[in-house]
Structure formats: C-alpha cells, structure tokens
Ligand binder design. Structure first.
Ligand code: ADQ
Length: 721
C-alpha cells in the first residue's frame, strides 16, 4: 500500500492516459509483486468521473485503487503530506505548516486507505505500508483486525525528537506506526530517532539494543533496511548507452526539483569552485537535471524561480562566447540516456540538504562501467552512512564542497578506481532485491513477545523521581490491581498482589489510596485493608483512618434523581445489560450483550443519562453516569494530598498514580508535572500518562519495587507529618 499506484493516470483529450509512476518505490516493488502476486493499493492520481474505470490488474497482480476527490488531495497530499510532514521530516521545520484542516484530511484519507486494505487483507499474509503519506493507516487497520500482519517502511528520514515534537499531532503519528509488527527505516539514525520519540513522547517501553518498542499491550519491532537499486539493470543500461562524440568534462547533478536536494547551494558551490580554481573556467560544465515535482505547491514554485535566477547569474558572470558553466535541464530523462550521462560524468555532485537515502548516488556508482568517476555525496543523505568511499561533504559548507569538486576533477585514476570498486561491490550485493528480501524475511518473523518488566527498568523510571521522599500512591482497582472480570464481583485481588499492596501500605513512609468508580462499601470489601484511604464513586466520597471523611456537598441534590435514572436505565436494558447502582453514580454494564448490539444500546443509555441530567463517561464495556458537578478522580487526589500534607504537599511527598481507565485520564491530566503517572493496558487508547504498563503483572512488579525500596529520609518523613 502506497500513496501512488505503480502507474499514474492523467486525463487527456482521448480520455484517461496511463503512465508508469516514477521513483525508486515502484521499480523496487513492481518486480516483487509480479513474481509473487498480491495486491497494490494506492491512489490512481486522478479524480475519476462518472463511469470511468481503471484497470484492476497489472500483469500477475491486482490493483486496488483508492479514489480521492480534489479537496481530499489538497489536504491529504499537497497539504499534510507535502507541506507538513515532508519539510519537518527533512529537519526543515521553518517550512512546515501545521493546519488542522490538512491534518483532518490526512486522517480521513488514511482511514480510507485502511478500509480498502481491510477488504483485501483478510487473505493476505502481510500488508506492507509505504511512506509518510500513510502513517495513520496501520492503526485504523489494527482496530478492524487485531491479528493482521502489518509492516511499514519509511522512505524519508525520521527526524530527531527535538524536531519531531514540533508537530501538533506527534502522538497520533507515533501511535499510528506502532500498530505495526515491523517498522523499517533506511539507516540506524532514523530508527534510533523513532525509538527515542516513542519513549519520550508516548512513554513507550523501548529496548534500544534489540530495537523493540512496547506500547501498552502491543510490541513492534524496528529495523534498519537500507534500500538499494536494480544494480544489474543500471549497469547494463550504462554499457548499452550511446556515446557523445565530443567528450566534455562534466560535473553532474540529478534530482527531483525539491528544496531538500540543495540545488541552489550546489550552484553556489560550483560558482565558488570557479572563483577558487579558475583553471576550470572554460573546461568543466556543471550539468544539472531536475525533474519537475509537486509543482502545485508554492514552495516548489519559489524554488524553481530561485534556481532560474541563480543559473542566469552564474552563467552571466563566467560564460565565454563558446562556453557556459551551467547547463540546466528541467525534464525527466529516459533511463538509457540517463545511464549514459552517469557513465560519462567525471564527478557526480549529489548534495541534498537532507535525504532519506538517495538513489541517484547508487545509480551513478552502478553506471561506472568505464573510466571511473568520483562521487561527491552529502553527509546529510542516508546513503552517506554506508557509501563511505565517496567524498563526503556538508552541503551548507560551500568552500568545502568547492574543494571536493576540485579534488574530484584532479583525482588520479588509481584512487578513483579504488573508491568506485568498493562502492560498486556493496551496491551490487545490497541491491533492491536484497532489500525486499531482507524486509520480507524480517516481517515474517515471529511476533515479539511482551517482556516482563524488570526491576532495573522500574528503578530507572522511579529512582530519580522518588529519591528519598515519602510516597503517596494512588491506585485504581479494576484493570489495575485485578484483571477486568466478566462481572465486577468476580474481580478479586490475587494473593501476590494483596501481599505487594500490604508491603507498601505497611511502610511508615508510604500512603496508599485506592481510587475507584465502585461504591464505597464495595471497594472496601474487595480490597479488604482497613488501613488504606478509599476514594469511591470516582472520588465523590473519601474515607480512611488518616483523613476526615468527605462526601461532595452537591450530592444531596442527586439522591432522588439517581433512583429515577436507575428506573430509566432498567427500562432500556436488553440482552443481559444491567445497571449497577452505586449511590451517587451508576454504571450501565453491557459486557453480557453480544458485541454487535452493544454500540446501539450504549447510545440509548447515553441519551437516558443526559435526559436525567447526568454526565455519561465510557468505561470497559460499560457507561458510567456521574452527576455533572465538576468533580473527578483528579480533584479527589488533590483533595487527599492537601488534606494529608497541606497546601505545600509537593515539597513533602512524591506521588505516583496508576490507572487503566478513561476516568483515570482526569487524574493523569490533573497531575501532569506534579506526579509520575502510569496507564495500564491496551495501546489503542491515547493517554495523558507519562508511562504505560502492559498489564496487571507489571503493576505488581511496580508495587514490589516500591514496597522494597530504601527507607525515606527521616527528616523528609518528619516534615511530611
Ligand atoms: P526521492 O526523493 O525521489 O526518493 P531519490 O532516492 O534520489 O529521491 O530517487 C530519485 C529517482 O528519480 C532516481 O531513481 C532518479 O534516477 C530519478 N530521477 C531524478 N531526476 C531525474 C531526471 N531528471 N530524469 C530521470 N530520472 C530522474 C525518496 C526519498 C529518498 C529515497 C527514495 C527511495 O526522498 O531519500 O532514497 O525515496 O526510498
């Protein structure tokens, strides 16, 4: 699945015209699908009208078009993909525009791709999703099919944390990708950037060594797969290509006309060469091929104007009556002619400001079948991580680049041949087929398992936060201390959890509060430890040995209403749905209801709750009804902290909150910056918590660490009382 299909349609006077899509992705994947069969999902590149249809086969494989309307293309493709993500991911954030409408278009189109894929994916071994246009689709597909095998490859760089986090939708993009089993990048730097972002932005557990990310209850593997080219094809084309009669000394640049490719900087560097080494004037020509790209986007039009101006200026300055320094061709060149140019150019000047990989560098190397040339390559291209025999330059350093061109033009045959031979050996071995093979093998590997949380990890999270302070621990019950059960009465504490809890609660320097949506009597009975503080009914009631009992003052107005609401909810209950009356709050449970009927029933319950003046809140297979009095678990936690430790509580204790529910999100938000927060369970839901824990077992390990930690500093302990 990729933005474009292997061919692009355009509308002409004779109707739809089909041409092969350009770029490395198509040449890499088309042969694979031809050989193995499969389906290519993508946008046909044109808005289909009336009864226009496009072909659903390409040789031996199927085509599944994702038709898009012009407004969708404007937001998803020209907007969010090319005006937001493209510059940001190339570390040019000043060029990024962050528009909500573009984001929404991107979300909607990603959902559409996922829907089309869903229809074809049932019988597929793997859905391989390509590139930055489709970073949300994996999550949408995962929601529809929990078992699908999904893999992703990013063809552009993944930027550092410092740049990536500028995106207002950073969390969503990471979550989108983490729905995959395997996420591939060209080079290790990008993979590490991604892992770093997942850890720091989502609080995901990351193993930097084995490159595994655990996000809630899902595990994704990250891998490095440097793309290659059809080496043998390029080599063959270079041997076959015709020769110009008059051999000129050529320095060659070949790019899509894109501001990431550093064309203006390159022209300036060539100008600098002529200033520093005038012996090249009249002798050497810089030939720049630029294939027009995204010409509807304003920045690309600006770039074109800038280059036109620069070429004119430099030519005007240095040209003689028989020679011009720069030859600038804005067009696509057929493969065979391009290979001839590669072969005959003495120097390839490939100096992107930033590039995921850069295939031109590899194509140039493959075409050195004759007198070997010199490759000058930007350090900012992914290709520089492996093509170390090239002359590596910083494209922003014009003097450095000019000197490298001079060195290339004056390099002896022995050095040129040595450098090219090594480069060719590697590119021949790591060609595009090897890339596809390596990726597919990794994607077919066993799913990585969740690793039990280790003490070292917990230590790393907590030690610098807790230090030697007394600790105030807030724990939700269902889904946090016990797995969710079929009926609330069945969610009993396991022995090991009870022991871990008792060990924490037994310490003088640790206060434990249970914060639950259950009724007070119910939660006290389930936990069974009279020494803890209990915040029941989502914090509307608080009790405990060390705190004055609290009941929200406005509850009195809701006593009658809650009885009426109970009657209202019982009236609509069907298929085993039932209402739990908990005093001031009620829960409408739908766990026994068949999956297909739940949504409609919950919708009805929501209406009944609203009609009775209650606030509805989604919970696990249930809907909670709460009086709308601006009180939630977050407020309750703050109330407890202030009651126990006074208004300056944050100087006296450290706070940890662990929960698994939507209602715990209130506490996570409330406590942001004031506590360390953990969300337990499924990766599907976004969270405001700092860290995620996969399951109840991980919570137990956390409690065990807290129970066994060194005692709090006695001065701090005395101050907290
Ligand atoms: P691109 O940004 O398109 O690819 P690149 O890797 O250089 O960049 O590929 C460009 C392709 O277009 C090459 O195959 C080249 O031959 C061809 N091309 C360029 N100008 C041409 C011209 N004037 N005439 C004919 N052909 C021309 C994205 C990422 C890269 C990554 C690839 C593959 O931005 O970093 O290497 O995907 O993953």
């Amino acid at each position: 699945m990729s933005n474009r299909l292997p061919f692009t349609y355009s509308r002409t006077a004779e109707g739809l015209k089909r041409s092969r899509s350009s770029g490395g992705l198509v040449s890499a994947l088309d042969p694979v699908l031809r050989k193995r069969g499969g389906t290519w999902i993508g946008w046909p590149g044109v808005e289909l009208r009336g009864n226009e249809r496009i072909s659903t086969r390409a040789g031996s494989y199927r085509i599944a078009p994702v038709p898009l309307s012009e407004p969708e293309v404007a937001r998803y493709y020209r907007g969010f993909s090319n005006r937001t993500l493209w510059p940001l991911f190339h570390s040019l954030p000043a060029l990024s525009q962050f528009e909500r409408v573009d984001w929404e278009g991107y979300e909607a189109v990603n959902q559409r791709f996922a829907d089309v894929a869903e229809k074809h994916a049932r019988e597929a071994e793997l859905v391989w999703i390509h590139d930055y246009h489709l970073m949300l689709s994996p999550e949408f597909m995962r929601r529809a099919n929990a078992d699908a095998r999904l893999a992703f490859f990013l063809h552009i760089p993944f930027p550092s944390y410092d740049v990536f986090r500028l995106c207002p939708w950073d969390h969503q993009l990471l979550r989108g990708l983490l729905a995959c089993d395997l996420i591939g990048f060209h080079v290790e730097t990008y993979a590490r950037n991604f892992l770093d972002c997942a850890a720091r932005i989502l609080g995901a557990r990351v193993d930097m060594e084995s490159m595994v990310v655990e996000h809630g209850d899902r595990v994704a593997r990250v891998g490095v797969f440097p793309i290659g080219i059809e080496f043998a094809e390029f080599e063959k084309a270079a041997m076959k290509a015709g020769r110009e009669r008059k051999r000129e000394r050529i320095v060659l640049g070949v790019d899509r006309l894109d501001y990431t490719k550093g064309i203006p900087e390159r022209i300036r560097a060539f100008e600098r060469l002529l200033e520093l080494h005038p012996e090249h004037v009249g002798e050497v020509v810089f030939l720049q091929l630029a294939v027009p790209s995204r010409s509807e986007v304003e920045e690309y039009q600006d770039l074109k104007r800038e280059i036109d101006g620069l070429v004119g200026r430099v030519n005007g300055r240095f040209a003689t009556s028989t020679w011009s320094p720069i030859r600038y061709l804005v067009r696509s060149m057929p493969r065979e002619r391009l290979c001839g140019l590669y072969r005959d150019a003495e120097v390839a000047l490939i100096t992107p400001l930033r590039d995921g990989m850069n295939l031109v560098a590899k194509e140039y190397v493959a075409c050195q079948v004759d007198d070997p040339g010199v490759l000058i390559l930007s350090r900012m291209a992914g290709a520089a991580e492996t093509m170390r025999e090239a002359l590596l330059v910083n494209p922003f350093n014009l003097d450095d680049t000019a000197e490298a061109i001079h060195r290339g033009l004056t390099m002896g045959e022995d050095e040129r041949a040595s450098r090219i031979a090594s480069l060719r050996r590697r590119e021949r071995r790591d060609d595009v087929e090897a890339w596809v093979g390596g990726f597919l093998t990794a994607a077919a590997a066993e799913r990585a398992d969740l690793q039990p949380i280790s003490d070292e990890e917990i230590h790393r999270w907590l030690v610098s936060y807790v230090k030697r302070y007394p600790l105030c621990l807030f724990l939700d019950y269902d889904g946090t201390l016990t797995p969710i059960a079929a009926h609330p009465s069945k969610a009993k504490l396991r022995k090991t959890m009870r022991e871990a809890l008792a060990r924490c609660a037994g310490r003088r320097d640790t206060e434990v509060s249970i914060v639950s949506g259950r009724a007070m009597a119910d939660i006290r009975k389930m936990v069974g430890d009279p020494d803890l503080i209990y915040a029941a009914n989502h914090g509307l009631e608080v009790e405990g040995p060390s705190i004055e009992s609290f009941r929200h003052q406005d509850l009195i107005h809701y006593e009658g209403r809650s009885r009426d609401l109970l009657v209202g909810l019982e009236k609509i209950a069907r298929d085993g749905a039932w209402t739990e009356a908990k005093g001031p709050t009620l829960t409408f449970h739908v766990r026994p209801v068949p999956e297909s009927k739940r949504k409609a029933l919950l919708e009805k319950a929501r209406v009944v709750m609203a009609n009775h003046g209650y606030q509805a809140r989604e919970a696990h297979a249930a809907l909670e009804a709460r009086p709308p009095i601006g009180w939630d678990k977050g407020r309750a936690v703050l109330h407890i902290l202030r009651e126990c430790y006074g208004p300056a509580w944050s100087e006296r204790v450290r706070v940890i909150y662990v929960g698994d529910d939507q209602t715990d999100e209130d506490a996570f938000r409330f406590l942001s910056g004031l506590a360390m927060t953990f969300r337990v369970g499924s990766a599907e839901t976004p969270t405001a918590a700092q860290h995620r824990l996969p399951n109840v077992d991980a919570v137990r390990r956390l409690l065990e660490w807290i129970g066994a930690r060194p005692r709090a500093d006695s001065e701090l302990l005395d101050a907290s009382r």
